[in-house]
Ligand binder design. Sequence first.
Ligand SMILES: Nc1ncnc2c1ncn2[C@@H]1O[C@H](COP(=O)(O)OP(=O)(O)O)[C@@H](O)[C@H]1O
Ligand SMILES: [Mg+2]
Length: 233
Amino acid sequence: MPTEIVAQLRGASKEYKTGDQIITALQPTDFDLRKGELTLIIGPSGSGKTTLLSLLGCVIYPTEGEVIIRGESVRNLNQRRLASLRLNNIGFIFQSFNLIQPLTAEQNVMLPLQLQGIKKAEARRRAHAAIEKVGMSDRSGQLPKSLSGGQQQRIAVARALVTNPPMMLCDEPTASLDQHSAGVVMNELKSLAAQGIALAVVTHDMRLRPFADRIVYVDEGRTSDTPPDGEFH
Ligand SMILES: Nc1ncnc2c1ncn2[C@@H]1O[C@H](COP(=O)(O)OP(=O)(O)O)[C@@H](O)[C@H]1O
Ligand SMILES: [Mg+2]
């Protein structure tokens, strides 16, 4: 049975204009993000990985082509509707965790729910469940600065999953972590994918390949199912 496609790029490209220079960050690209799969997007620095992820995450509009989320092209959505689509459908995880420092782990995880207008008691209940899922229940009252990098990233994973989004996008989620913590976080992401989330993980780290259900290589703004020639094998 073919798995459900949650997000699609169809001939989607991105050009940046800086002064009189035009940089093609991503060539016209077709890409499907499927439910229940961890798709690893691998490429060297500057190859267009964050641009590809930002298109899937509806953070930027494509220069050409279409971004389609759950069957709907985002081309005609204004910034407000795009923000609401992101809040309700997409969990984001970044290299630098992006936790809010004066808030406890629990308060950080409650935040997206409160943005959705969910009452505090319900938000707290659901935050606890998400924090439990990533094995951090005993740390939920702590501030980010008192947690290790790996623990902060697990709280960031809880914050991304607390709204039950159909898709999760991770930009270099293990780049600030030691190898052991990276393995813990990747196993968590893999188990979320196995539970039915469509998961995209961007990395330059070939060592993450064993965690992938599917691998897409990016090189100089072009995607491919096979590794490019050169040092990047
Ligand atoms: N906002 C921007 N303005 C101008 N150029 C950009 C911008 N974002 C990315 N680029 C350029 O687009 C290319 C791809 O960048 P990016 O998608 O961030 O690559 P990666 O995430 O693989 O390192 C790079 O040449 C980068 O310098
Ligand atoms: Mg990047």
